[in-house]
Design a binder for this molecule. Structure first.
Ligand code: GAR
Length: 212
């Protein structure tokens, strides 16, 4: 799993793997940031954790090459981006084509990039949420797999909205990874398919955000 920050999605996925609800082995947490709290969470669970610091490499291509070498050392069937906040080179994306997932805190294609909660609030959006997609060359733009809508309340701040979206992420991401692990989800020719049926749009999973 790749992460840059707090690693709450990492923790949710690792917990589901540990309690047996998700039939996967989390092989490692790898970060671009040595100080990422997600690495500490991984170590506490006995999961290998390591950083490939950006500052050790002259450019993005060299960093991605080193990152790929560390990933490949664990021979994962699936690369899971869980709050990994750097843009990949096309060569890196091609290497993990059809076997790299990302979660993004918006109902894509709305609010690609950063500060999604602030932008949704500024727009007066009534619904926000999160999306899981296969990674392509387009930033936050690969084939969509699933989305969890989350209501925006008039009283919301960035913090309260972010917390509600995180609750949905922590349930949506293990669900989608489970589909992949059980052979139900595939990506071929730039299109995601579930149970052999190409998806014409993301699967919408309602009500994952818990109590509002
Ligand atoms: C999550 O909200 C995830 O959707 C977002 O970073 C956060 C990581 O939280 N990812 C992106 O914005 C990728 N474009 P976490 O470290 O607590 O899992």
């Amino acid at each position: 799993m790749l992460l840059s920050g707090s690693g709450s999605n990492f923790a949710a996925i690792a917990a589901a793997a540990r309690d047996g609800s998700l039939p996967i082995e989390v092989r490692a947490a790898v970060s671009d940031r040595p100080a990422a709290y997600g690495l500490e969470r991984a170590r506490a669970l006995g999961i290998p954790a390591e950083a490939v610091p950006v500052r050790d490499f002259p450019d993005r291509a060299a960093h991605d090459t080193a990152l790929a070498a560390r990933i490949d050392a664990y021979a994962p069937a699936l690369v899971v981006c869980a709050g990994y906040m750097r843009i990949f080179t096309p060569a890196f994306v091609a290497r993990y084509a059809d076997r790299m997932l990302n979660i993004h805190p918006s109902l894509l294609p709305a609010y690609r990039g950063l500060d999604t909660h602030r932008r949704a609030l500024a727009d007066g959006a009534r619904w926000h949420g999160c999306s899981v997609h296969f990674v392509s060359d387009e930033l936050d733009g690969g084939p969509l797999v699933a989305q969890a809508p989350v209501p925006v309340l008039p009283s919301d701040t960035e913090a309260t909205l972010s917390a509600r979206v995180h609750r949905a992420e922590h349930r949506l991401y293990p669900m989608v990874i489970g589909w992949f692990a059980r052979g139900r989800l595939r990506c071929q020719g730039g299109r995601a398919a579930l149970d052999g049926v190409p998806l014409s749009g993301p699967v919408r999973v309602e009500g994952l955000y818990g109590e509002v």
